[in-house]
Design a protein around this ligand. Structure first.
Ligand SMILES: NC(=O)c1ccc[n+]([C@@H]2O[C@H](COP(=O)([O-])OP(=O)(O)OC[C@H]3O[C@@H](n4cnc5c(N)ncnc54)[C@H](O)[C@@H]3O)[C@@H](O)[C@H]2O)c1
Ligand SMILES: [Zn+2]
Length: 280
């Protein structure tokens, strides 16, 4: 593990950030860990965050399915209502502010691409118009059918019974009154309404086609089990000659000329920031 004073990787990353004329931030669940949010790394990680599901013998993939909303909505909303509550209460860690500071200080055009559904970038002050939530958002709802391709804000408050992981509240569709579900792309999901994510993706594609180069990509806490975010960073490296700074305490590997930082997100960003300040 790198400490904040281990210079080499931080200096290289600082050089890449300074040379960049545009910045893309890519983030997986590990970006939330330093704000006290769980990642779901493997069954063990998931059960550590949700011991009740270990007792019930259910893993993340089995829980993250739209089936529960049609077959057993109070159970489906137990998981997602709990997460909506938790993400609403979380306070984004200092790393978010460091990234915003670089954007302002170096006047960098920027975009965020995340598989997180937790809305933490918006909460930290990042402009909603410059964020792609590739797997959707727990803070948005859709009809479980869906009767209409509409997506609306999730303003429901959830009371969850911890032992059974059932929610007392089940949001309903604003059109047909059927059960509403989070606008999140789940496993075996044929009813996800993609309108919001697609519009975000179109804005990102336009940004990439038109942004000044060179481009730096700062990737934080993206796992290899669902590698969407890692692939996005690597694609930007290959197709757009971006330098990727991959920050991850357990799986930071990426071939040179990209930069691998084996540390937690908040510490690594502070380390790069320190190198940036001392290189003035
Ligand atoms: N907060 C959220 O919205 C959230 C949370 C869990 C899972 N999910 C969903 O589940 C899927 C999980 O994939 P994933 O790759 O995002 O998560 P993952 O749980 O599979 O992997 C998390 C990654 O973060 C790294 N990590 C752990 N602690 C870290 C820290 N302090 N700083 C930086 N990195 C750290 C781990 O080594 C791992 O590589 C995604 O599709 C996502 O939509 C979302
Ligand atoms: Zn409906």
């Amino acid at each position: 593990m790198l400490t904040i004073d281990d210079d080499t990787a931080y200096t290289k990353a600082a050089t890449a950030v300074k040379a960049a004329r545009a910045l893309v931030i890519t983030a997986g669940a590990g970006m939330g860990v330093d704000s006290g949010l769980p990642d779901f790394r493997g069954d063990k990680g998931f059960w550590q965050a949700y011991p009740a599901y270990e007792t019930l013998g259910i893993n993340f993939v089995e829980m993250a399915t739209p089936r529960h909303f049609s077959e057993d909505p109070t159970f489906g909303w137990g998981f997602y209502g709990h997460r909506a509550n938790m993400y609403r209460e979380a306070i984004p860690h200092v790393g978010f502010a460091i990234l915003l500071d670089w954007i302002h200080r170096f006047e960098l055009p920027w975009f965020v691409v995340t598989s997180n559904v937790d809305g933490q970038f918006q909460k930290a002050g990042f402009d909603e118009q410059r964020i792609v939530e590739v797997h959707g958002s727990v803070h948005h709802l859709q009809c479980q059918n869906p009767c209409e391709p509409e997506i609306w804000p999730n303003e429901e408050l959830f009371d969850i019974e911890p032992a059974t992981m059932r929610s007392q509240q089940v949001p309903t569709c604003i059109h047909c009154g059927d059960v509403a579900r989070p606008n999140i792309l789940m496993f075996n999901d044929w009813s996800f309404v993609p309108g919001r994510s697609n519009a975000q993706q179109r804005r990102f594609d336009h940004f990439i086609a038109n942004c000044p180069k060179p481009l730096a990509v700062v990737e934080l806490g993206a796992g290899s089990a669902v590698p969407t975010i890692r692939w996005t960073s690597e694609m930007l490296g290959q197709k757009h000659a971006a330098t990727v700074i991959r920050i991850n305490p357990r799986e930071p590997q990426i071939p040179a000329p990209h930069i691998s930082i084996e540390n937690n997100g908040a510490i690594a960003l502070a380390g790069i920031n320190k190198a940036l300040l001392s290189s003035k």
